[in-house]
Design a protein around this ligand. Structure first.
Ligand code: HPA
Length: 283
């Protein structure tokens, strides 16, 4: 099953959150059928944008989708454009990221959180406090990236194949000097949430693809002075095309047209202890 996380200005999902071992999700996870595929929808900021970026319960959100059967996640996030050749309305199918946040992780070691007992080997790793260092050489699923890119190209929307996302702590927007520094580091766009989601999804072996939507130019780029309301308005204006794009993506990604990838293996490759690998039969 595919999960879809949407962000600022385009959630429109209301209802009670889901309870998880990592606290409540930002909002309800709604299951819908689209083109014959069951899809799970979650708005990362909850109703009325209640959860600002720095307080989004990322572990609960990703676990909530995982426990309902998500094997793949499309995350849609608004960004500020740092690369001056970008323009508002451009899409980037991201291929790399820089995370400036405290580490989000499910693998917190001894004394960490417990999840319900099941025969799922990932739950066993978390409950036993096994150390897992996932590889992050490929933060985004290459198979899902290809599908997403082809959908957006066919729709005739301005899209870039690749791009580096830098995640700040938020919730404030950035100073011009910060943006200049991020550009020097190699970031093309800036946002506040998607890197945390990508890390946590990878820790659970979920294929994750990130779609960055340029809502505004980042602070100081071509004289930009972005504001929160500008971001929201820009995303609302694109809600219809994003909705269509998501539908087409899930129809294709769920229809088995995907190339093989290694995402599901990552948590097991990340276990340091050979004894654990043997016990899990994943050596
Ligand atoms: N900065 C950080 N996050 C954002 C921006 C921005 O300029 N625009 C949309 N999300």
């Amino acid at each position: 099953m595919i999960g879809v996380i949407t962000g600022s200005g385009i959630s429109g999902i209301s209802g009670p959150p889901e309870r998880t071992p990592f606290g409540n999700t930002s909002g309800p996870i709604i299951q819908k059928e689209i083109a014959g595929q069951e899809v799970l929808f979650l708005g990362r900021h909850g109703e009325e944008h209640a959860w600002l970026a720095h307080r989004v319960p990322h572990r609960a959100n990703i676990w909530g989708l995982y426990s309902k059967g998500a094997k793949a996640i499309l995350s849609v996030g608004s960004v500020g454009g740092i690369d001056p050749s970008l323009s508002p309305g451009d899409y980037l199918v991201l291929d790399d990221l820089i995370d400036l946040n405290p580490p989000p992780t499910f693998y917190d070691g001894p004394g960490g959180p417990e999840v319900p007992e099941s025969d799922d080997p990932i739950s066993a790793l978390i409950n036993k406090g096994v150390g897992v260092h996932i590889s992050f050489t490929e933060p985004f699923c290459p198979a899902l990236r290809k599908i997403l890119l082809s959908v957006i190209k066919e729709m005739g929307l301005p899209v870039r194949d690749g791009g580096t996302y830098i995640q700040t702590r938020g919730p404030r927007l950035e100073s011009p000097a910060e943006i200049r520094a991020f550009g020097t580091l190699g970031a093309h766009v800036v946002g506040m949430t998607m890197a945390s989601e990508a890390v946590l999804a990878k820790e659970l072996g979920i294929c994750f693809v990130g779609l960055a939507v340029v809502a505004n130019m980042a602070s100081g780029i071509r004289g930009a002075r972005p504001s929160g309301s500008e971001v929201e308005t820009a995303m609302k204006e694109r809600a219809k095309e994003i909705g269509l794009l998501v539908e087409e993506f899930v129809a294709r990604a769920g229809a088995g047209e995907r190339e093989p990838c290694e995402c599901a293996l990552q948590p097991f490759l990340g276990i340091q202890s050979q004894a654990w690998r043997e016990r899990l039969g994943k050596a």
